[in-house]
Design a protein around this ligand. Sequence first.
Ligand code: HEM
Length: 484
Amino acid sequence: MLTPTTKDFVVTVFLLIAVYRVHKFWEALKHVNFLPGMRPLFTPLIPISVLLPTTRWNPGIGWHWKWRKTAYFNRTHEVISVIPLLLGRSVVYISSLSVMKQVFGQEQKIGLNKPRYLSAAFMLWGDNLIASDNQLWKRHRKIVSPAISNRTYELVVNETLATCKELQEAEGWNDQQELSVKDIHNITRKLALVIIARCGFNFPTKWTDIDSEEVTAGRALQTVSATLILRLAAPRWMYKLPIKLLRRMDIIYPWLANYMDRAIAERQEIVNNTESDQLDCDLFTCLVSSLDKDGKIGLTKKEVIGNTFAFLFAGHETTGSTIAALFAFLSIHQGEQDKVLSEIGHILSGGRDFVYEDFPRFKHLLACIYETLRIFPAGFIVVRETTEDIFIQVTRPKEQTICIKKGTCIAGDMVAVHHDPYVFHDPESWIPSRWKEVYPVLEGGETLKEYEERVIVQDSTGLSAISLGIGPVSVKLVRRNVDV
Ligand code: HEM
């Protein structure tokens, strides 16, 4: 039973908190110039919100997909604000390509920052290109850029061929006419991880390593990528509990750190003993060549490791999920699947292997991949913080200029952008032919990177092209008909 004084104290504290929250809420509303939108309990991007289910009071991260048809006031607004009543920062969400271009198209000029609290998972191993912004981003980008070349794409094609052959052998698919795969996502994610580990870093990762009981590079990379969030959330004492996964993580994380140290030392020796024009500039070599103790011009050892993991993790989940979704769509749309198979049969006549130069000829398959990326954009949100007031022009609900004030969190909603009914006719349907009109431009000599930048708002590095490289090869190798 509360005594009257304790009761008064509790009521006073409660009232003070309520007044403080009302004041904060009012300030937040003023900060976004009373831009209409959602008023949930928590900001959608903070851990508690992500962990709880999507409801009216907690949009979480599920709302982009779940409410894609009705959000943004039934698509009548190009931008909305989300202001939490209890916890977290307010965020301005963008749902149209035209506003995305105004904001993200001049990211360097208007000085947008990446909110650090959102990059925590990427920062676990060290600073890197994905988590950094401004000058730091420029330093990382300059070092990484030479590794993103046609030579890399060629390597991706070759390694994809080799890995798919290993996969077929290991899974006993070679002499089967019909295959039943329970979890294609698991296979495509592994495939992407092995290929990126081999092409980007020359890590000796075999298909069979990934599921082995022994600790191997492949197995360790897979465990680390699957448990990043848990690693961030679990306090040290939890590792003493009899939980198999945590015990295993406690062995694998230090093992991988040690492995990385040795890999860097070995690569540094190669770099030191090879003429620079003879060096194969894969991503890991570029990173190690730039080692510099102070990290003023080059990278520190921690940043080399940070970038290695950032690339592995940013690349494999996105690519693996996109290819799994592609298989699913092809299985539902048998007519489109027939067209893909006949295109493959035509281009690779006589059963020859895919080579990099074949790439732009797979027009229908490319259209299927783009359409899959449109329906399920694997990087579903891009978040920044403004460092000065910026002005955007919107046309919905009416033509007007909106000021986004300095210090506002601004998020590009990729699901909304790619499902925009004002841009894509029948946005819910998977229609690869909607990409048809862009084919002639590709033939006119446009590079794949330019093509990607123009038609789809995805990965600013052009690295998602890697998944496009993996796509045709894996579809070719799993060439039999796909059924659900
Ligand atoms: C379907 C495949 C992919 C999709 C949909 C995708 C999506 C994205 C998106 C939306 C961003 C922008 C994030 C932001 O600025 O906040 C991004 C950045 C990035 N992605 Fe990808 N990505 C894909 C494949 C890959 C692959 C294969 C790699 C590496 C092997 C990769 C590495 C990166 C890196 C390093 C960045 C940061 C670039 C920078 O800030 O300059 N991505 N990706």
